[in-house]
Ligand binder design. Sequence first.
Ligand SMILES: NC(=O)c1ccc[n+]([C@@H]2O[C@H](COP(=O)([O-])OP(=O)(O)OC[C@H]3O[C@@H](n4cnc5c(N)ncnc54)[C@H](OP(=O)(O)O)[C@@H]3O)[C@@H](O)[C@H]2O)c1
Length: 261
Amino acid sequence: MTQDIKHTALITGASSGVGVDFARELAKRSFNLILTARRIDRLEALRAELAEAFDVEIDIVASDLSSSEGANRLHADVRALNRDVSMLVNNAGHGKYGPMLEQSLAEIDSMIQLNTTSLTVLTRLFGEDFKERGGGYILNHASFSAIQPPPYYSVYAGTKAYVLAFSQALNHDLRRHGIKVSALCPGFFASEFLENAKQTPSFIVRLMMLQPRAVARAGIRGVLKGKPVIIPGLAWKALNLVMKMVPRSFATGLADFAVKH
Ligand SMILES: NC(=O)c1ccc[n+]([C@@H]2O[C@H](COP(=O)([O-])OP(=O)(O)OC[C@H]3O[C@@H](n4cnc5c(N)ncnc54)[C@H](OP(=O)(O)O)[C@@H]3O)[C@@H](O)[C@H]2O)c1
C-alpha cells in the first residue's frame, strides 16, 4: 500500500490493550484514524498522544457494540464523518473465564454479541463500502483459543472460532473485490483482558505472554499482505504445529494444564 494518499482506519476497542497499539502502529504508517470504544476519556488521551507524535487526522466516535444496533449506529456515525475508510480493525472483544454453568446468560449473551454479532455486522456494512471503493482491509481479532480452545473459556473460545472461520472464508470470498481479510490469532498478551475475564495468569501463561505492540504490528503487517490467518510469535506458531499433531483430547488437557500452572 502506498501512503502518498492517506488511508483511514477505523479501530474498535481502541481505548485500552492492543487497540491502543493498533492506533500507534497505524499512525506510524500515516493512516488517519477513527477511534471507537465506550470510554471516551481514554480515546481523547490517545488522540492527544498521537497528535503530538504524528501528522494524522484522528476522529473519535463513541460506540457500545454489545448489540447489533450499536454496530449499525457506529457505521452510520462513521459515514457521517465523510472519511474514506479503507481499513476496519474489528478489535473490541471480551471473555469470561470459569465453568460455563456458573456464567450468567447475560454474560454469555454479551460475549456472543460483542465478539461475533457486532463484528459480523461491521464487516458486512464496511465490506460493502470497500467493495464500492474498489478495495480495503478487514482485520478481525480472533485468538489462539479459536485454534485450541482452553477449558473454562468455552463460550469465548466458541466466539473466536467463529471469527476465525468467518474471516478465513471471507478472505477468499472478498478477494475478487480487492478486499483483504485476516483473522488475528494471538496467544495471551498483557492488557485489561485477563483482569476483566477474572483469570489469574499462571506461570506458563506469564512465560508465553506476548507484548501487545508486537501483536498489533503482526496484525497490521499480515492484513496488508492479505494473510488469511496471523499467529504472532514463534512460540505460538510452534505450539500451533504441535497442537495439530497430538490428539484433540490431549491438546485440550494440555491447554487446561497451561492455564492453571
Ligand atoms: N489479551 C489477551 O490475552 C488476548 C488474546 C487473544 C485475543 N485477544 C483479543 O484481543 C482483543 C482486544 O482485547 P485486549 O486484550 O486488548 O483487552 P482490553 O484491554 O480489555 O480491550 C478491550 C477493548 O474492547 C472494548 N470494548 C469492550 N466492550 C465493549 C463494548 N460493549 N462496546 C464497544 N467496545 C467495547 C474496550 O473499550 P471500552 O471498555 O472503553 O468500551 C476496550 O477498548 C479482544 O477481541 C480479545 O478477545 C486478547
